[in-house]
Each structure stands twice: as structure tokens, then as C-alpha cells.
Design a protein around this ligand. Sequence first.
Ligand code: SF4
Length: 104
Amino acid sequence: MNEINRLREEHPKMIYIAFPGDEKSTGGCVAAGRGFFHINSHGGAEPCPFSPYSDINVKNTSLLEAIKSPLFTALRNSDILLDDHEGGCVLYEKRELVEALINN
Ligand code: SF4
């Protein structure tokens, strides 16, 4: 975390999100648009590189629409992202729940 702290001090107008790392200080998982989301090499918008599920593609939609995808919205509206964070990856640990959301 020393490097990210240095960057934050030197470039205060930039937003840096570290994962793993920022989950505990922000009260939970920062994926699915809570802090960021990930775009894979095919354009699929995924909650995080560690949660490679997608229900929307940025080739066909705007970033603003992508962040409102049914999967991201369901994750943000659930308690999953805010589960107590002990250092592991909550979306990996609860991947069956994420898969259930995307298959709804
Ligand atoms: S999905 Fe996992 S690695 Fe990604 S931000 Fe959430 S807890 Fe961290």
C-alpha cells in the first residue's frame, strides 16, 4: 500500500482504487460499479477481474448504461458487496450467488 499512498499524495486529483486493499477501508467489495468495474478483452463489463461474469457489452452500450446493468444493480442492491471483508474475495467466495444472479 506504500506505492498507492504515494500516488494518492502526489496526484490528489486522480482516483486510485486498489484491490485487494481498499475493500476493508471502504466497507466492502468495490466491484460492480461500487468503486469500479472491469471490461474484458471482448467488451464484456464484469464486476471485477476476479468475478468474470458479464450481462452487458460496452461495444453496444455506454459506460453509464453498463454500470446500471441488471447484474451490477443486483449486486449493489444485495448485501454481498458489503459483507465483512477479511482479506479474501467476497465475489469469488460467493460465486454461486453471482452465477444465480446472472442466470435469473
Ligand atoms: S470482487 Fe473480490 S477482488 Fe474484486 S473488489 Fe471485490 S472483493 Fe476485491
